[in-house]
Design a protein around this ligand. Structure first.
Ligand SMILES: [Zn+2]
Length: 275
């Protein structure tokens, strides 16, 4: 059984601040250790349910947050920058299931720790077929293309809630309760890992019965930016339509092409982000 794990970081129990998730941050070493433990818990749970080949795709920032030697030896590790399929690089139709570990809420969520959608300096909101979409839903487009079910998501309560419309059958493990963007009540890391391990085993055991993501095709993705210039720049890409001063839409019957267009928008607009 082949399992694909996309690991972010902001949804890890105990993490509440950018300085715990950025390589330059004072507490980054703690952040990456907490994340590594949760990823390993997911791997252990999956191995217990019969996963024989596990690929971990590091999906946060420059995508090299896990220490290779500290990662469970049952998994291979895909890391580093400039991956064509970004948070979903490495997934193909030979996989049986997808896990999303340490995910976080979308930028517009009411209570969501470290909320953002790909780029907090550019993206104000994304909607997929009219429903607010976080990174879980956007990344699910790639899983849908390959007809692979997303069976586990871990993170805060906002993450679990926003995934539900697109992943109605997903096993959601909630490891913290968001109070604001910079405050959350977390489980003890050991307890969080225990829940993730059990959730991973349960999720993988029923993977064969879980449908691919529930995203109707052709799908329309609406992206609202912080500035009008970013919306204008996005229309340089074929298939991207201006729908308002700061809004663009893309409609596509191919979910992989839709995701790739979105990733291109994210890459392109980085050039005019203001810091
Ligand atoms: Zn993220």
């Amino acid at each position: 059984m082949k399992l694909f794990i996309s690991s972010d970081i902001e949804g890890t129990a105990g993490i509440v601040d950018w300085q715990q998730v950025r390589a330059s941050g004072a507490d980054y070493e703690l952040g990456r250790q907490l994340l590594t433990d949760e990823v390993n818990a997911a791997i252990e749970g999956a191995a217990g349910a019969g996963a024989t080949h596990i690929l971990v795709n590091d999906s946060h920032s420059t995508m090299q947050n896990l220490r290779p030697g500290a990662l469970h030896h049952n998994a291979s590790y895909l890391s580093g920058r400039h991956k064509p399929l970004y948070m979903m690089e490495g997934l193909d139709a030979t996989f049986d299931a997808v896990f999303m570990v340490a995910y976080h809420g979308a930028i517009g969520a009411e209570h969501a720790i470290l909320s953002h959608t790909y780029n907090p300096l550019a993206v104000w909101e994304t909607r997929l077929n009219g429903v607010v979409a976080g990174e879980s839903a956007l990344n699910a487009l790639v899983a849908l293309h390959h007809r692979v079910p997303v069976v586990l998501i871990t993170g805060d309560d906002a993450t679990a809630e926003e995934a539900r419309p697109f992943l109605p059958e997903v096993e959601a493990v909630v490891v913290k309760r968001s109070i604001t963007r910079f405050a959350a009540e977390s489980l003890h890391p050991d307890r969080a890992c225990e829940l993730i391990r059990d959730g991973a085993t349960r999720a993988l055991a029923r993977a064969g019965a879980v449908s691919p993501p529930a995203i109707e095709l052709p799908a329309t993705l609406e992206v609202t930016f912080l500035t009008a210039d970013m919306a204008e720049m996005s229309t340089w890409i074929r298939g991207v339509e201006r729908a308002g001063a700061r809004v663009v839409t893309i409609t596509d019957d191919d979910p992989l092409r839709l995701y790739r267009t979105f990733v291109t928008i994210i890459s392109l607009t980085r050039s005019i982000v203001e810091r």
